[in-house]
Design a protein around this ligand. Structure first.
Ligand SMILES: CC(C)(COP(=O)(O)OP(=O)(O)OC[C@H]1O[C@@H](n2cnc3c(N)ncnc32)[C@H](O)[C@@H]1OP(=O)(O)O)[C@@H](O)C(=O)NCCC(=O)NCCS
Length: 165
């Protein structure tokens, strides 16, 4: 599933996410304005647990120097796939990396006999919503999203957009 492609002068590697990627992924998330990072779900322990449960479906894009410049957490519950924290570092956007990362996840889910994949995009995320529309995803307007918080200690911290990045 690992792929390489030439991007400007750099060869970008797209490969499965591994537990040892945590620090570099976390560093990338800190640059993604608007991301909601959860104190428990996004901790090292829980991300490593997620990857152990879904060893082949999450993905990273990295530069030849080993810097992670894109990532997606992707898993399934045996029936449906889910994408979380889909992101590409700002200097690398609009070069097809996001599309390649999503394709990687969709193919990995298909290999596990999963027939549908979903994600949540905030309604105000114009760039994110334009991306999903452009790459052919269907926005459902005929259903409501429900949740029930099971652990109130799992606090969400929103990353502020850095105008310098
Ligand atoms: C959304 C995101 C992952 C897209 O990554 P990317 O590598 O730039 O995506 P691609 O280059 O593959 O984009 C494919 C197409 O989607 C559309 N698109 C992507 N970003 C867009 C934007 N900000 N505004 C409008 N259209 C956009 C374009 O049509 C683009 O093709 P083009 O560049 O040839 O016009 C990236 O912008 C990002 O990390 N955003 C912040 C985090 C985020 O919002 N994630 C999604 C949460 S639901």
């Amino acid at each position: 599933m690992t792929q390489k492609f030439q991007n400007n002068d750099e060869e970008i590697l797209i490969r499965p996410m591994r537990e040892e990627d945590y620090d570099r992924i976390r560093e990338l998330w800190q640059t993604i304005g608007g991301f909601g990072i959860r104190s428990i779900d996004d901790s090292r322990e829980d991300i490593e647990r997620f990857i152990r449960r879904n060893p082949d479906t999450s993905v990273v894009a990295q530069t030849p120097e080993g810097k992670v410049i894109g990532s997606i957490l992707c898993g399934n519950d045996g029936r449906q796939g889910s994408l979380y924290h889909v992101c590409v570092a700002k200097p690398y956007r609009r070069r097809g990396i996001g599309t390649r990362l999503v394709s990687f996840c969709m193919q990995a889910l298909q290999a596990e006999k999963i027939n549908k994949v979903t994600l949540i995009a905030f309604a105000h995320n114009d760039g994110g919503n334009a991306f999903w529309k452009q790459i052919g995803w269907n926005r459902r307007s005929d259903c409501n999203y429900y949740e029930f918080v099971l652990n109130t200690e799992n606090i969400t911290h929103f990353i502020e957009a850095d105008p310098a990045v």
